[in-house]
Design a protein around this ligand. Structure first.
Ligand code: IPM
Ligand code: MG
Length: 407
């Protein structure tokens, strides 16, 4: 027989969630135009180290960032601030995904460079609090998770637009254990949330001139929310007659990314939160591993830039944190520079990273004392940027790599 008390309790919980989501929809409706960073007298960049290897790799990346922005920092046009308090110990102490005082400081920044943070799960020694990443994306309404993956010699140039505030993540910490036997989670899609991420993907396809978007869902099974995602895409596409688009299911797209004959056809992929999480790890692996990928979390008021991987706490307990590879965080700096309109510097940094990580490899990161430290690697990247023949060297390495693949 059905446990009516349990059902009633679950219904009440569900009602509360619906009310909160409807309030969020109202806030989205009021959202204004994006902040124009070029019009600001002063841009505040918050550097938030996180925990585990986070503070180490974040510091190395900060060094590169401050080096590239030295003039603007000196003139007072940019202020770089350290933001503490996002460690797992502190979050557990106040039992919040982001402590209130930390969130207050984050809200004073325009841009945030964030190191990885430990995300607890059921059974961990930590209480099962919400992920700090996920909370930050929601709190600051960073709706577009933009993740580029490039392998020039294979013709791969992908740009993922992962929805970042909804889907299975929106209520990921608010599911219901109805009783001991029945657990229910929720997946959320709103008209506003879906439209803005799809529009961002189409805008990018148009502006970059690739004029091609692939929508990735599982709308044949997850009919309501993914169905809404797909229908919204069909509507948004009408505003972009010059952009070709198609739709794929997540399972076959996962296969296509490792299909050497098809994968370089894809350019811009737009997808709901959870599929975006999974597919971008696969894509990053093709590029050389999750340690090579950065991620931009873009909203209208704030933006946050981070690595796509976790905090590797074991490296800290084993005393190896200084040998952790900061490439993903340095890649995040390149994304931040691009977002600020520093396109040339962003390009130089990306080329330098390619040369240091893939081609020249004068300082190799092994994660141990037989390899370079993160700071040594950051210095290597800065020295590479300073090379007068940077563009030429990069062109040569890439054309050699293309030739080697063709052989
Ligand atoms: C990512 C990460 C996060 C996510 C985790 C740490 C919560 O995997 O940024 O992709 O699932 O979004
Ligand atoms: Mg992930």
């Amino acid at each position: 027989m059905a446990d009516e008390t349990a059902i009633k309790r679950a219904q009440e919980h569900f009602g509360k969630l619906l009310r909160k989501q409807m309030e969020r929809v109202e806030r989205m409706k009021e959202t204004k135009d994006p902040v124009d960073l070029s019009k600001l007298k002063k841009i505040i960049i918050g550097v938030c180290g996180g925990d585990g290897i986070g503070p180490y790799i974040c510091d190395s990346a900060r060094m590169v960032m401050e080096h590239l922005l030295a003039d603007r920092i000196k003139s007072g046009n940019i202020e770089v601030r350290t933001i503490d308090g996002l460690t797992i110990e502190r979050r557990v102490e106040v039992m919040k995904a982001i402590p209130d005082d930390t969130l207050k400081e984050l809200r004073k920044c325009h841009l945030i460079l964030k190191g990885p943070t430990t995300t607890p799960k059921k059974g961990d020694p930590w209480p099962n609090i919400e992920s700090a990443n996920v909370a930050m994306r929601k709190e600051l309404d960073l709706f577009a998770n933009v993740r580029p993956v490039k392998v020039p010699e294979l013709g791969i140039d992908w740009m993922f637009f992962r929805e970042n505030t909804e889907g299975s993540y929106a209520l990921g910490s608010d599911g219901i254990d109805v009783n001991d036997d029945l657990a229910i989670d929720f997946c959320v899609a709103t008209a506003q949330g879906t439209e803005r991420i799809i529009r961002a993907g189409f805008e990018h396809a148009k502006k970059s001139g690739v004029n091609y978007v692939s929508l990735v869902t599982k709308a044949n099974v997850v009919k309501t929310t993914d169905g809404k995602f797909l229908n919204t895409a069909a509507e948004v596409a009408k505003d972009y007659p010059g952009v070709k688009w198609d739709d794929w299911f997540i399972d076959i797209m996962t296969a296509k990314l490792i299909d050497p004959y098809r994968r370089s056809d894809f350019k811009v992929m737009v997808l709901p939160n959870l599929y975006g999480d999974i597919l971008t790890d696969e894509a990053a692996q093709i590029q050389g591993g999750v340690g090579t990928a950065g991620s931009a979390n873009i909203g209208t008021k704030y933006s946050m830039f981070e690595a796509i991987h976790g905090s590797a706490p074991r490296m800290v307990t084993e005393g190896r944190a200084q040998y952790a590879d900061p490439s993903s965080m340095i890649k995040a700096v390149a994304l931040m520079l691009g977002h600020m309109g520093e396109t040339e510097k962003a390009g130089q940094l990306e080329m330098a990273l390619d040369i240091c990580c893939q081609f020249e490899k004068k300082k190799v990161m092994t994660g141990r004392s037989n390899g370079a430290t993160g700071d040594e690697f950051a210095q290597y990247v800065m020295d590479t940027i300073a090379r007068k023949d940077l563009q030429k060297v990069w062109n040569k390495y890439v054309s050699d790599a293309v030739a080697a693949v063709k052989k």
